[in-house]
Design a protein around this ligand. Structure first.
Ligand SMILES: Cc1ncc(COP(=O)(O)O)c(C=O)c1O
Length: 392
């Protein structure tokens, strides 16, 4: 049987991983500035995470949500402490799309309304409602198209205000990333997030903060949306939550009341997933990783901004993006093939950095050195090509 071919693949097989590094089947070491797709929060195969999952595996890996699973409550308590959202409620699922799907469904149940506001360049996942609020028609199947979604320009307070003035009483939810990831690392302004909060309050809509990629400590605060100083009604989480063990969830404000049967899942919140997620939060606390993400991120942003050949360096903490001019469009490939560094990308020419939160300044320096070298090598080869072209 063949694999269903939906991913363009790098010809690399990863066999081992530790901290911010991975090794392929030839023994080559790679620096993972991509965090395995923004997933690795506390570092690959962190010993505490491995031990906690192993211990749990030897006791019970799974039993259904029809019985009490004490580690779910333990995870809720730990999340309350680390995130500071002490009076919120937790619902557990398995992925980011599922978290957003549940968040939006809950908003609709809660308000009795159908319309959802989403923004240009958003990405919220691939399940039916999550993909409908994603600004990429190429991945929206005909069956997922719905008139219930209103797309507005990102960071545009005036457009948002006008929309609410015209149809505020029909709006169930506004969903936004705190920093757009797939869209190319665009930071939501404090003013924009504050306006969402105020308009949702005024019109009785639910503010959904998609924190799947930008949350879980990546920006130095637990949720990127926290930088604006206002709380959302629902936070969706996944990627960094299990450090690679699949788990997602939503934090739900206390005024949104649960009802039996309203949401449900077979695998969400299983024993193993909770053990992995608890290990992540314990390590985040013990190793002070939010502070480290803030410090290393600030350092990287400053150093990157000083490199002339890249443009529009942006982001917060360890969620960073920059534009690569056309003559350096092979920079990402060059970093991987010559310097053995994984980075992320966004279309058209954006490089995304989403490393583990325990990235040190020393390793950040190794990355910066390789980046400068990559830029220099590509500039030389572009110059010689253009010289050849002009003379030839
Ligand atoms: C902001 C955001 N939301 C939702 C998702 C979907 O998460 P998943 O792939 O776990 O379904 C992603 C994935 O990249 C994301 O970046």
């Amino acid at each position: 049987m063949k694999l269903f071919d939906v991913y363009p693949l790098n010809n690399i097989t990863i066999e081992r991983a530790q901290g911010v590094h991975v090794w392929d089947d030839q023994g080559t070491q790679y620096l993972d500035m991509y965090g395995g797709h923004a997933v690795i929060s506390i570092g690959h195969t962190h010993p505490h995470w491995v031990n906690r999952i192993t211990e749990q595996l030897n006791k019970v890996a799974f039993y259904s949500n029809s019985v009490i699973i004490p580690s779910q409550q333990a995870l809720a308590s730990k999340l309350a402490k680390v995130s500071g959202k002490t009076d919120y409620q937790l619902f557990l699922c398995n992925s980011g799309a599922e978290a957003n799907e549940n968040a939006l469904k809950l908003a609709s149940f809660h308000t009795g309304r159908k319309k959802i506001i989403a923004f240009s360049k958003s990405f919220h996942g691939r399940t039916s409602l999550a993909v409908a609020v994603t600004d990429n028609p190429a991945i929206v199947a005909p069956v997922n198209q719905t008139e219930n979604i209103i797309f507005l320009p990102f960071n545009d307070v005036a457009a948002l205000t006008t929309c609410f003035e015209q149809q505020g009483n029909e709006i169930a939810a506004v969903i936004t990333e705190g920093i757009q990831g797939v869209g190319g690392i665009h930071v939501a302004s404090n003013e924009f997030l504050q306006a969402i909060r105020a308009l949702c309050d005024q019109y009785g809509a639910v503010y959904v903060a998609d924190s799947v990629q930008c949350g879980y400590g990546r920006t130095g605060k637990f949720f990127a949306h926290d930088h604006a100083g206002v709380s959302a009604d629902i936070y969706s989480m996944a990627k960094g939550m299990g450090n690679g063990f699949p788990i997602g969830g939503i934090l739900i404000a206390p005024n949104i009341k649960p009802k039996h049967g309203m949401l449900g899942t077979t695998f969400g919140g299983n024993h193993l997933a909770c053990a992995a997620a608890l290990a992540v939060l314990e390590v985040m606390e013990q190793e002070n990783l939010l502070q480290q993400a803030a410090n290393t991120g600030q350092y990287l942003l400053k150093e990157l901004s000083a490199i002339h050949d890249i443009q529009q360096v942006r982001g917060v903490g360890l969620m960073i993006g920059f534009d690569v001019p056309d003559q350096l469009k092979d920079l990402k490939k060059e970093l991987l093939s010559k310097h053995h560094i994984f980075t992320g990308e966004a279309k058209p020419n954006v490089i995304r950095l989403l490393p583990a939160l325990n990235l040190t300044k020393e390793v950040a320096d190794q990355f910066l050195t390789a980046l400068k070298q990559g830029i220099a090598d590509l500039s030389v080869s572009t110059q010689s090509t253009s010289t050849t072209t002009t003379t030839g």
